[in-house]
Design a protein around this ligand. Sequence first.
Ligand code: HBI
Length: 354
Amino acid sequence: MHHKLLFMSTPIGSLGSGLGGGVELTLSNIAKEMLRRGHEVKIVAPQRSISNSLPIKEIPGELQIPAQNQTRTDPIFIPKNSVLANMWDYARQVQANYDLIINFAYDWLPLYLTPFFNTPIAHLISMGSLTDTMDHIIEQVANQFPGTIGVHGKTQSATFTFADKCKCLVNGMDLSVYQFCSQPGSCLAWVGRIAPEKGIEDAVAAAKITGIPLKIFGLIQDVPYWEKICQDYPDAPIEYRGFLPTDELQQELGQCRGLLVTPRWIEAYPNVALESLACGVPLISYRRGGLAEIVQEGKTGFLVEPDSVEGLVEAIKHLDEIDRQACRQQAETLYSLEAMGDRTEEWFQKILKK
Ligand code: HBI
């Protein structure tokens, strides 16, 4: 049974800008896999999105502010000429051409609009509980349209009072893009948007203490934050490698002995962790959010007391105990496009059956 699917991207950045973080990769991966399975897919995203052969409808308008920068009680901010509002006005106009709309935005408007649409809408909620308005509107849709709220992991859904109403999709990616590397160099790695919620200063501190060089990959989203870290740790053995396209990232990441993951907040299911495992690179991560479900303690990495730099330093000493093949194996078993495609397609079918 083939379906016509309309994918609504995140309004905080155009696809390929890196501003959308992991959800950009998640959307592209699911779109690629649904196309491979014979479904029709159209992606709606802010203008200047990079399509790399995916069918994209670009929408103009002002970007939405990132939800993680808001307080729990902030009201919803909708800018004049909001790209989010323009995207959903487009969806309203074309909805009759589609069997299912899949919303990838962590925003109030798409959830509020759900009952106004004739075409069913599946919401892939990409983060844990952040604001009261989002919690409230997600719960409302979860109650009114059972089974339409998808999340990535258990620790993420556990941040909501309605965890039992969330469908766990885990995550996945195109493993063929990631080469397994069995013989790494001497460096450690850190990958992600360079912003306060990502806690990169702890990884830099661990590099300074251990003297092991740290390669840093990702978009410098918060420049003052990054500059302060460089001032605070002038002699830390770090090298900023930039925001690399996936192919170059995996090439360099694979050469690393381990990936340090230092989230300050509940990361739902960080793609970087899956990418690292796919390259055979063990994870050293705070026991927080999706990482707590991803890391197989002592087998594919180590979980560390949150915010403990000493814990990172201690775990780094044990990196050589990890069999890098086991990391790749975990990715192939759980995070292949095939495995994610099965989970996602089953979610879509269930919604369409109703
Ligand atoms: N903030 N308002 C808003 N909308 C999003 O879709 C959004 C966000 N912050 C982060 C984000 N999406 C993604 O980077 C994560 O969900 C992965």
